[in-house]
Design a protein around this ligand. Structure first.
Ligand SMILES: Cc1cc2nc3c(=O)[nH]c(=O)nc-3n(C[C@H](O)[C@H](O)[C@H](O)COP(=O)(O)OP(=O)(O)OC[C@H]3O[C@@H](n4cnc5c(N)ncnc54)[C@H](O)[C@@H]3O)c2cc1C
Length: 412
């Protein structure tokens, strides 16, 4: 019996998961992975600072989707089928022990992404998946009688019955050219998950401090996120900023990464509570210098800068705090304004907002609604999550569903 050939383009998280799932479910099929680079799973290797944040300890599908600025609705049913608990079981059943950290991120107990790579390579080899490195796919053509012909970067031609595109986030529209050549359209790609450049000298003097929680917002853009904030040598980072960059990826791209940012350093206290706090200091410690008596949990260095930014002189004591100065201090504490003047990657982490239009894909099977026999998985699609393991989970889930579908003759 002639075996069906399933070709997976892209040897990343999604491509490997799909290939392994397909090979395990259809041992008669010939499954191959074509990777253009010199190594497989290169993003898995560098992910999570080399530890690989495999998924997130959130086991409700709807709640999980709420961490996806793009793709939440399309991913709901897939996450009901294969989500974080299935990922954990998948790796555990193959001998990889995982642990959840206090913030919900799940890592291998080894704290090494190599453990995940070794597991995926082992599973692919056990499933007799053919693994090809340095085989970029330059062109894909749908054949009249069904199936596909691929032209590889070395000029070779290769035919297959089913095709999965798992080529990762397209940093530019060129990255999605295979999907486009097969009739698909792309939502224009822009970066997600980045940190903000801010030139304000007093902020830069605070490099290294972190504050939690802080509420960051972009006035006029309905963008607001809370969480830990980290001051860096170039501006601001930390979960609150990364989340804001993800939810606002298109908006701040449209502003050419130049926009006002507002910070509320004490989001748990309202204006009245802050005012009462200042009033009580004035009464309890009138002789103490304001700069030396921060409101918890603000770090002393930050407090000092906020007091100065409010125009209050260093030597001012609580007893001498005027109404106008108090008002100005409350403004600083609740609405410090910075001007963002650019962006940087967060520890090289980068996710693409944009990609293959979701309405053109059937998320029950990850099959193309346009081109029979074609499937998609991973970041090539117009879906992306915030930081914390959500992006890999989307790759595992869509890869698993595509793999199962391709294992069935006809791929549906
Ligand atoms: C530094 C960094 C750290 C990250 N850390 C985390 C983390 O800890 N947790 C998390 O959830 N997410 C993390 N992410 C995001 C996560 O890595 C991606 O969302 C995920 O790798 C997407 O998987 P994928 O298989 O769709 O794409 P990729 O992993 O990008 O794989 C696509 C593969 O396709 C290959 N390819 C492309 N075009 C072709 C072609 N024409 N022919 C053949 N091969 C081709 C590429 O070379 C690549 O190997 C991180 C990202 C970065 C950059």
């Amino acid at each position: 019996m002639s075996s069906r050939r399933v070709i997976v383009v892209g040897g990343g998280a999604a491509g490997f998961f799909a290939a392994i799932t397909c090979a395990e479910a259809a041992p008669d099929a010939e499954v191959m992975v074509l990777e253009k680079g010199p190594q497989f799973l290169s993003k898995v290797r560098i992910s999570g600072g080399g530890r690989c944040n495999v998924t997130h300890a959130c086991f409700d599908a709807r709640e999980f989707t709420s961490r996806f600025p793009r793709g939440a609705q399309a991913l709901l049913a897939p996450f009901k089928t294969f989500a974080a608990s299935e990922t954990v079981a998948w790796f555990e059943s193959r001998g990889v022990h995982l642990k959840a950290e206090s913030d919900g991120r799940i890592f291998p107990v080894s704290d090494s992404s190599q453990t995940i790579i070794d597991c995926l390579l082992r599973a692919a080899r056990a499933g007799k998946v053919k693994l090809w490195l340095n085989r970029g796919v330059d062109q894909a053509t749908q054949l009249a009688g069904g199936g596909f012909e691929l032209t590889l970067s070395n000029g070779e031609k290769l035919a297959g019955d089913s095709l999965l595109l798992a080529t990762g986030g397209c940093r530019s529209a060129a990255g999605g050219h295979l999907a486009v050549s097969l009739g698909h359209s792309l939502e224009s790609p822009v970066p997600s998950l980045f940190t903000f450049h801010i030139g304000t000298p007093w902020l830069r003097e605070l490099a290294g401090i972190s504050v939690e929680p802080v509420e960051a917002s972009v006035p006029g853009a309905r963008l607001r996120e809370s969480g830990a904030l980290l001051v860096t040598h170039w501006g601001l980072s930390g979960p609150a900023i990364l989340r804001l960059s993800a939810w606002g990826a298109r908006v701040v791209h449209g502003l050419n990464y130049h926009f006002p940012l507002q910070l509320n350093w004490l989001p748990r206290l309202g204006a009245q509570a802050i005012s009462a706090e200042l009033q009580s200091r004035r009464q309890r410690q009138p002789a103490r210098l304001i700069v030396n008596t921060p409101i918890p949990p603000l770090p002393a260095r930050l407090w000092e800068q906020l007091v100065r930014a409010a125009g209050i002189a260093r030597e001012t004591r609580w007893a001498a705090l005027s109404r106008a100065a108090q008002h100005s201090l409350i403004q600083q504490l609740m609405r410090t304004q910075f001007q963002v003047t650019g962006k940087s990657l967060n520890k090289d982490e980068f996710v693409t907002c944009g990609g293959v239009r979701l309405s053109e894909v059937d998320f029950k099977t990850m099959a193309s609604r346009i081109c029979p026999g074609l499937h998609f998985a991973g970041e090539l699609l117009d879906l992306d999550g915030i930081t914390g393991g959500f992006n890999f989970q989307a790759a595992w889930t869509t890869g698993w569903i595509a793999g199962k579908a391709m294992a069935r003759r006809g791929g549906s």
